[in-house]
Design a protein around this ligand. Structure first.
Ligand SMILES: C[S@@+](CC[C@H](N)C(=O)[O-])C[C@H]1O[C@@H](n2cnc3c(N)ncnc32)[C@H](O)[C@@H]1O
Length: 218
């Protein structure tokens, strides 16, 4: 685990997420955003797609997220539908499920059967009712209006989605864990919206982009 970048509001680690969470104290995080990789994970520089290993990874990360999240706070899990179908039980077994949101994808991922056209956002809380839930007027569980934003990472989460999660579930100065930082949409919005943040990704190239964005506000 290596601290890659730090500023007044946050820290970014070049690390496997499970090496980072080991260092985080129990019940110290106000909100977690986990934008899981699409059907793979990277371990010891290898791209792994084996379902059993993925399942263990999801199970272990779900346990760690539960341990470090403060009670009555929210975890937002963003994933590709088949991943959710296979593995979401590891979250619903521990957390209270608040909403399952369908987010229309701007990018249509090709796939050997039908192309993916939506992603799933699961909002779960560690104990219900959540402590902060700022309702956004008119918003339902179908988000078909989310901008793609400038492309910084090929699997990036829409900035509209991130902004809504932060607005609904956090307030200024809260500490947000961005478990899979990628090109940085979550931490950049945390900085703009004055939330403290911890970012983490195993891919150094992606973190270079994130650092530039945080430094130059691009
Ligand atoms: C869906 S992308 C995240 C995209 C990011 N939220 C954005 O908006 O740009 C998933 C990320 O997980 C990272 N990743 C894969 N395995 C990991 C691991 N074991 N620990 C930490 N990060 C990992 C990948 O490098 C990839 O950047």
């Amino acid at each position: 685990m290596k601290l890659y970048f730090e500023n007044k509001l946050g820290k970014i680690y070049h690390s496997d997420i499970l090496d980072l969470t080991k260092e985080i104290e129990n019940e110290s995080i106000d909100c977690i955003i986990a934008d899981y990789p699409f059907s793979y994970l990277i371990k010891n520089n290898k791209r792994i797609t084996n379902d059993e290993i993925l399942e263990t990874f999801i199970f272990d990360t779900a346990n760690e997220f539960y341990r470090i999240l403060k009670p009555y706070r929210i975890l937002a899990v963003f994933w590709q539908p088949i991943m959710m179908y296979k593995f979401s039980k590891h979250f619903s077994n521990k957390f209270d499920v608040l909403n399952i949101i369908c987010v229309k994808n701007i990018i249509r991922w090709s796939w050997k059967y039908l192309p993916y056209h939506y992603n799933i956002l699961m909002l779960v809380s560690k104990k219900r009712p959540p402590k902060y839930w700022n309702r956004i007027k008119g918003l339902t569980d179908l988000w078909d209006d989310c901008a793609r934003g400038k492309l910084y990472h090929k699997e990036q989460i829409s900035p509209t989605v991130v902004k809504r999660i932060l607005e609904m579930t956090t307030k200024e100065n809260d500490l947000v864990l961005d478990a899979f930082t990628g090109g940085g949409n979550v931490v950049v919005l945390c900085q703009e919206m004055k939330r403290r943040f911890i970012g983490c990704d195993i891919n150094l190239e992606a973190l270079k982009t994130t650092k530039e964005r945080l430094l130059w506000k691009i």
